[in-house]
Design a protein around this ligand. Structure first.
Ligand code: 5AD
Ligand code: SF4
Length: 466
């Protein structure tokens, strides 16, 4: 081979390599904010020629986007990494390389430990540095094991690609949009202030532009996300600070954006303008996730929630006065250190008083580094399990009662995706319930009027109202 042909063939090889389709498999654990981040990471990687795959075995890069909120969630990561190590070995035997990356809150909290415990991991990347992912992968290619868990000084959202039309279409007619990250509340059970850092709000212009792009891609319903979303205070066009109520007003002006939601909120950040938005904006859905965590004032104090049950109940009354058809969802923790039978009975009483359409409940999980972990008087596992069972039975009863009282009502339904039966679609009610109805797939994205005819274990049935 002459020198010239050697150079040519090397060039051809490089061209082939850069044009070769690389596949990324992303596994998302935890909350909706991780779902949003996984999509943004996939989009950032698409710029580098990666396409998403649902088949882990086919992937050149496997990314685990992890959750650290409870011990069980964090443990899942290490068992997944054990399985991935075997897959990586098998693929190496076949001459195929596979990179393994860990992202999300476990990456942020336990980055060094992951690299130590899991030698197959090539890359650990925290939630504030996702925009550096393509660069980090280049370093991995050069043989480095990369740890990127600084709180980035730059705004990751400025660097991550905004959703494009084609991908948005493929992802459906509802979308998440993160407007705020981090938390300054420091509830004593919670790792979020440590893993996601202090509160950061995205500016109005960035959010509006992203919302517009989503709508251009066919999205009809946007859920604004934040660890403490109603603490959002972003810069307006003139550098002035806006609150979430004002942001919702601005977003409601976008043509074609039919529905708005936001989650998760803290009771102390429900200000007057946000409550008024529930009265004034028909686009704002009558469903609010407003966790209280416990019904005992003693435990709320120990949790550093900085509100009482009476304040919470009064707040709900104010929001319901603004929007009478509002339904509530919440989060509860049972077995926080020092929780007595009487405290737990207070939680059951609070649930009876409020009445939830849906709620999530968890056994307290000790998180290293949080003040709760230092408390004496940890509650035994069997007591926690028993309380959780009783609380969940009550919450499930309320959820069914809420579904039952929808029967016979005529409601607006956003048609979302194909149902299980041919000729059937699944839609979303204003209260976030899945509703099965006979409709054509060309109607996906439409909002139609339906009458609820019955309930199933996890969904409702409806007929079209002509
Ligand atoms: N143990 C159990 N549940 C927790 N949550 C947060 N931290 C813990 C913990 N250490 C729950 C809270 C929160 C939800 C996202 O997870 O209820 O609202
Ligand atoms: Fe955690 Fe929510 Fe409390 Fe913040 S407000 S510390 S995210 S539970």
């Amino acid at each position: 081979m002459t020198q010239e042909t050697a150079v040519l063939s090397a060039k051809r090889e490089m061209a082939l390599e850069s044009s070769a389709v690389r596949k990324v498999f992303v596994k998302t654990y935890g909350c909706q904010m991780n779902v949003y981040d996984s999509d943004r990471m996939t989009d950032a990687l698409a710029r580098d020629g990666y396409v998403a795959t649902d088949v882990m075995e086919d992937a050149d890069l496997v990314l685990l986007n992890t959750c650290h909120i409870r011990e069980k969630a964090a443990e899942k990561v290490y068992s997944a990494l054990g399985r991935l190590r075997e897959l990586k070995k098998k693929k190496a035997g076949e001459g195929r390389e596979m990179m393994i990356g860990v992202a999300g809150c476990v990456a942020q909290a336990e980055g060094d430990e992951i690299l130590r415990r899991a030698p197959a991991v090539d890359l650990v990347i925290g939630p504030q540095t996702y925009h550096r992912l393509p660069e980090a992968l280049k370093r991995v290619k050069r043989g480095e094991r990369v740890l990127e868990t600084d709180y980035a000084i730059e705004d990751k959202f400025e660097h991550l690609p905004a959703p494009d039309k084609a991908k948005t279409r493929a992802r459906g007619v509802t979308a998440f949009l993160t407007v705020q990250e981090g938390c300054d509340k420091f509830c004593t059970f919670c790792v979020v202030p440590y893993t996601r850092g202090s509160e950061v709000s995205r500016p109005v212009a960035q959010i509006v532009s992203e919302a517009q792009k989503l709508v251009d891609g066919g999205v009809r319903e946007i859920t604004l996300l934040g660890q403490n979303v109603n603490a959002w205070h972003g810069s307006g066009p003139n550098g002035d600070k806006w609150g979430l109520g004002e942001l919702l007003h601005r977003l409601s002006e976008i043509d074609g954006l039919a529905r708005l939601r936001y989650t998760t909120s803290h009771p102390r950040d429900m200000d007057d303008s946000l409550i008024a938005a529930h009265r004034d904006l028909p686009q704002l859905m009558p469903y609010l996730h407003l966790p209280i965590q416990s019904g005992s004032n003693r435990i709320l104090k120990a949790m550093n929630r900085r509100h009482t049950t009476a304040e919470y109940i009064a707040l709900i009354a104010r929001i319901k006065a603004a929007r009478p058809d509002l339904a509530l969802s919440g989060d509860f923790i049972v077995g926080f250190p020092g929780e007595t039978d009487e405290d737990f009975a207070d939680t059951l009483r609070l649930v009876e008083t409020v009445g939830y359409a849906q709620a999530f409940s968890f056994k307290y999980s000790t998180r290293p580094g949080t003040p709760g972990a230092e408390l004496d008087d940890q509650v035994p596992e069997d007591v926690k399990a028993n309380r959780l069972e009783r609380l969940q039975a009550l919450l499930l009863k309320q959820q069914h009662a809420f579904a039952e009282q929808c029967v016979g009502k005529t409601i607006d339904l956003l048609l979302e995706k194909p149902g299980r039966m041919p000729g059937q679609l699944i839609g979303r009610s204003p209260w976030l319930q899945s509703v099965n109805v006979d409709a054509k797939s060309s109607q996906i994205g439409d909002i139609i009027s339906v009458r609820i005819t019955g309930t199933g274990p996890n969904s409702l049935f409806a007929e079209v109202v002509s």
